[in-house]
Design a protein around this ligand. Structure first.
Ligand SMILES: NC(=O)C1=CN([C@@H]2O[C@H](COP(=O)(O)OP(=O)(O)OC[C@H]3O[C@@H](n4cnc5c(N)ncnc54)[C@H](OP(=O)(O)O)[C@@H]3O)[C@@H](O)[C@H]2O)C=CC1
Ligand SMILES: O=C1O[C@H](COP(=O)(O)O)[C@@H](O)[C@H](O)[C@H]1O
Length: 500
């Protein structure tokens, strides 16, 4: 790892007029600049097809930052570092001009030949851009060169391998930063700390004491304008293959011998290797899918998935997935990891619930109510924090037990909001820290797991679609998946860290 807190670099953003660049990348870069985490020696080249002058591009930068951030005192100074290059990435001839522009800016800002290439474009262009960067000499630099690549990384294992081979001709594995923005979320990063910095959890973190783990990532939004992409993706590829499996890996991994990129990734890889493959007839026993119908959210009627733009009227694409994962290793044998994710659900919430096994004998059983199990809830978003659910004596003369919650709310503790995922990830990339990016081995193992499920689903039309109303927590089969094992989904709405 080559880490330096304040690196100079030329950042080249392919897809600089797109949604991701405007909503996430420019505001995040501004925040780093404002906090002096971006060296004064930096320049950004925005690349896209539409013709724009530098002035127009800088104006669009200011607008996108102003939309996202309340206080932008240094916006003019920030925007002055941005340059625009109108360029069709499929046009080989135009890379030479891009190279000259990059060299001029390198000299002007004394960037030491350091370059970050950020591919914020449709994935079909990733491979050919990487090949051009090499063949046209843009990667011939005396400083570092890094490639940041957005999701999706391929469509399945085969296409991901092909893409990987293409980008590996121009960049080595340690120069490739595959973004999974969940790894930049404060509370996802906190999983490791909660586990490995507390003596009270690690001894219990295994099949002897944990009955099941539930990971939910639910969204209120539908597919919005992304119907074309989503029709070919579905929730399994869009969320499970990356974000959900990454969270499971962090929850299940062994303590790394050191907190460095290689050791952490290597422990995550071992978890993904231990995931029991679910294939053929097993798929519909372990995984269920759903597609949203119309419904009401916040008092407004919203359309069904099949009525969304660019979606087939008989679409077989899943907008919801729930599954039971088993990790066949010594620590986790027999402990189900339930995961679920979906669009147009009742709440926007990402939460992890670790349910502990019941005490061996309940002394307080005389009361009508059984004891509640102990839970550790990690609130990833929108609220950030941790809640521990315990049982305590009900105030009064009897010895009845009552559930209580110990809460820690992360936001507001230091009087500031925690940085956004993209801000952290961009900063990590500039410092050369790839820990919170996914290694090829993780990507490949995750595809190999989800491919077996999509193989079955793509070949069997789900006649029940649409099978859940917008504004609910998914189809009935999702509840049944846990009921079979004697569990239920802990509701995401009454486990809040800010419960009074
Ligand atoms: N938007 C989001 O919230 C998220 C996006 N992503 C990923 O980020 C990537 C970008 O997504 P998003 O910003 O939404 O996409 P958009 O469609 O909004 O933007 C695409 C960008 O690519 C440019 N472009 C398209 N074709 C070419 C071409 N041939 N040559 C040069 N530039 C071209 C477009 O500009 P122009 O038309 O001027 O050429 C535009 O700047 C995708 O991989 C997506 O999966 C990942 C997570 C979230
Ligand atoms: O990667 C993606 O994530 C978003 C959800 O991200 P979040 O940070 O808001 O939880 C999802 O909407 C999108 O479909 C998917 O591509």
């Amino acid at each position: 790892m080559n880490q330096n807190d304040n690196q100079t670099a030329l950042i080249m953003i392919f897809g600089a007029t797109g949604d991701l660049a405007k909503r996430k990348l420019f505001p995040s870069l501004y925040k780093l600049f404002e906090k002096d985490k971006l060296s004064k020696n930096f320049a950004v080249i925005g690349v896209a097809r539409r013709p724009l002058t530098n002035d127009e591009f800088q104006q669009s930068i200011k607008e996108s930052v102003k939309t996202a951030i309340e206080k932008e005192d240094r916006i003019d100074e920030f925007a002055s570092h941005f340059y625009y290059h109108s360029h069709d990435v499929t046009d080989s001839a135009s890379y030479a001009a891009l190279k000259n522009m990059a060299s001029d800016l390198d000299n002007h800002y004394q960037l030491n030949g350091n370059r970050i290439f950020y591919l914020a474009m449709a994935p079909e262009f990733f491979g050919s851009i990487a090949l051009h960067l090499k063949s046209d000499g843009l990667t011939d630099v005396r400083g570092f060169k890094r490639l940041v690549i957005e999701k999706p990384f391929g469509h399945d294992l085969e296409s991901a391998k092909e893409l990987n081979d293409q980008i590996r001709t121009a960049f080595s594995e340690d120069e490739i930063y595959r973004i999974d923005h969940y790894l930049g979320k404060e509370m996802v990063q906190n999983i490791e700390v909660i586990r490995f910095a507390n003596a009270i959890f690690e001894p219990l973190w295994n099949s002897r004491f944990i009955s099941n783990i539930q990971v939910t990532s639910s969204e209120i939004l539908g597919v919005e304008e992304r119907g074309r992409y989503y029709e070919n993706s579905g929730a399994l590829r869009d969320m499970v293959q990356n974000h959900l499996l990454q969270m499971v890996a962090l929850l299940a991994m062994e303590p790394p011998i050191r907190l460095n990129t290689e050791e952490i990734r290597s422990e995550k890889v071992k978890v993904l290797r231990a995931l029991r493959p679910i294939e053929g007839e097993e798929v519909n026993k372990y995984f269920v899918r759903g597609q949203y119908d119309e419904g009401t959210i916040n008092g407004k009627t919203v359309p069904s998935y099949r009525q969304e733009p660019m979606v087939a009227e008989n679409s077989n694409t899943e907008t919801f997935v729930a599954g039971k994962l088993l990790i066949d290793n010594f620590r986790w044998a027999g402990v189900p990891f339930y995961i679920r994710t979906g669009k147009r659900m009742a709440a926007k919430s990402t939460k992890i619930v670790i349910q502990f096994k019941d005490v061996p004998m309940n002394l307080y059983y005389q009361t009508e109510q059984p004891l509640n199990p102990n839970l550790l809830v990690i609130h990833i978003q929108p609220e950030e924090g941790v809640t521990i659910h315990l049982n305590a004596k009900k105030a009064g003369t009897g010895m009845e037990a009552t559930p209580i919650k110990l809460n820690y709310a992360n936001k507001g503790i230091d009087g500031i909001n925690t940085p956004e995922a993209y801000e952290k990830l961009l900063y990590d990339c500039m410092r050369g820290d790839a820990t919170n990016f996914t290694h090829w081995d993780e990507v490949a193992l995750s595809w190999s797991f989800t491919d077996k499920i999509s193989d079955v689903w793509e070949n069997h039309v789900d006649e029940s679609f649409p099978n859940y109303k917008s504004g609910t927590m998914g189809p009935k089969c999702s509840d049944e998946l846990l009921e079979k094992d004697g569990y239920f989904w802990w509701p995401v709405t009454n486990l809040e860290v800010n419960d009074k």
